[in-house]
Ligand binder design. Structure first.
Ligand SMILES: C[S@@+](CC[C@H](N)C(=O)[O-])C[C@H]1O[C@@H](n2cnc3c(N)ncnc32)[C@H](O)[C@@H]1O
Length: 401
């Protein structure tokens, strides 16, 4: 077992302090502490990142095992990390900060916590109640699966390579991968992929298996006009460009221009030449595109409950009010942006949520509304982490009559 270094604990405790007392996002905070000391090797960096994510994931349970109070000081966060390592079966060094960890007390509390799902799975009571009400018997296994570490999946960029060629190129850089489906490769050992030559040459993007199902489900053909209306930094736009073989027109929209700037950089690295970005600065941007698209992808803003493996801090940042508001936004986007599809064209509505309210219920409400007149549902599927093994995700394909 690897040696434990106090400097790593300082870094993890600093990140946790900012996540839980200054409302920082876990991914950005981890990136910040890792950047602060560039001398660390890849194993040390992985240890810091993984242990920080693990504490965020198990925060409620760890707090309970530590005595229940809200951690505020550096020592409080050290204690949570110590308890977590103890639960992982690691022997704790005889450091002052770990002196107060009582193994027998922890085991007794842990055994009692098994009876309480929300505590055991470390989720707020209100969110546990939402999951139960929405998913019924599926909620318990879904929640358990969402608490596991996310697998790392790549998408081979067909504009530049094939999955088989990519696998060989990565193996030369000591990155071992296994093909799992279509363009998707599973990385079998975690490491920094962004420093590889293969990444810098645009041979792949990191994209979960479930998310990789969105672009193909739109059934695009080279030459078509395709709009990715909530494109963000463009994970799915890049995939669409590859499926279009750089032919036709791909228009990527978002309300945040800075995300589209990031997409342009990624598009250059990916060798994409048929993509145009437009920031949605007013409703006119959508109106001008009415009836223009063969295909529209609506990868709408959502609760993110399907990707808790990747963003475990969402458990502590989400609120009922946020979910209620995002559901209204999704309905508005679906109703208004669907007008961009030509008669006979197709639309894919997607979320990284597992809640029917954001998914099939949203689609059913659209189909029953005046805006949904003439539309039919061709296919829909909810990906669940305990079923397919990847992120929770939803997609529905609709055809305009
Ligand atoms: C789930 S994310 C998209 C992720 C992206 N498609 C990808 O694959 O990387 C949703 C995006 O919708 C954008 N958004 C929010 N409200 C919007 C609106 N009214 N119109 C268009 N985009 C919107 C957000 O800025 C965010 O980038």
């Amino acid at each position: 077992m690897d040696r434990l270094y106090p400097a790593h604990f300082e870094a993890i405790a600093e990140a946790l302090g900012n996540i839980f007392t200054a409302d920082a996002y876990a991914d950005r905070e981890i990136a910040r502490v890792l950047k602060a000391d560039k001398r660390r090797g890849s194993k040390d960096r992985a240890f810091i990142a993984e242990q920080t994510y693990e504490v965020v994931r198990n925060y409620r349970l760890l707090r309970h095992l530590a005595g229940g109070g809200k951690p505020k000081k550096r020592e409080d966060f050290w204690r949570l990390i110590g308890i977590q390592l103890h639960l992982q079966g690691r022997e704790l060094p005889a450091w002052r900060e770990f002196g107060i960890i009582d193994a027998a007390d922890i085991q007794a509390k842990l055994a009692a916590a098994q009876q309480d799902r929300a505590l055991r799975e470390s989720i707020p009571d209100w969110l546990d109640a939402v999951g139960e009400a929405q998913l019924g018997a599926q909620w318990t296994p879904t929640l358990a699966a969402l608490n596991e570490q996310a697998p790392v999946v790549l998408r081979a960029n067909r504009l530049k390579t094939t999955p088989a060629e990519l696998s060989v190129a990565l193996a030369r850089e000591n990155v071992v991968t296994t093909p799992i489906a279509a363009d998707a490769l599973l990385v079998t050992e975690r490491q920094n992929l962004f420093t590889t030559k293969a990444f810098q040459q645009g041979l792949f993007e990191v994209q979960d298996f479930s998310s990789q199902q969105a672009a193909p489900s739109l059934e695009v053909s080279p030459g078509q006009t395709v709009i990715d209306a909530c494109a963000g930094a463009g994970g799915k736009s890049l995939h669409l460009a590859a499926l279009l073989e750089n032919r036709g027109q791909l228009i990527s929209l978002d309300i945040h221009g800075w995300k589209l700037e990031e997409l342009k950089k990624r598009a250059r690295r990916n060798g994409v030449s048929n993509l145009e970005t437009r920031a949605i600065t007013s409703s006119k941007v959508i109106k001008r595109l009415a009836g223009r698209a063969d295909r529209v992808l609506l990868d709408v803003p959502c609760s993110g409950l399907g990707v808790l493996r990747r963003n475990p801090d969402a458990k502590w940042k989400l609120s009922q009010d946020f979910i209620d508001r995002v559901v209204i936004e999704q309905a508005e986007i679906l109703s208004s942006y669907s007008r961009m599809v030509k008669p006979g064209g197709k639309l894919v509505y997607a979320t990284c949520s597992i809640l029917p309210r954001e998914n099939d219920e949203q689609v059913a409400a659209f189909l029953g509304s005046p805006a949904g007149e003439g539309w039919t549902l061709e296919h829909q599927h909810t990906f669940l982490p305990q079923v397919e093994g990847y992120d929770g995700f939803f997609l529905a394909r609709l055809v305009k009559g």
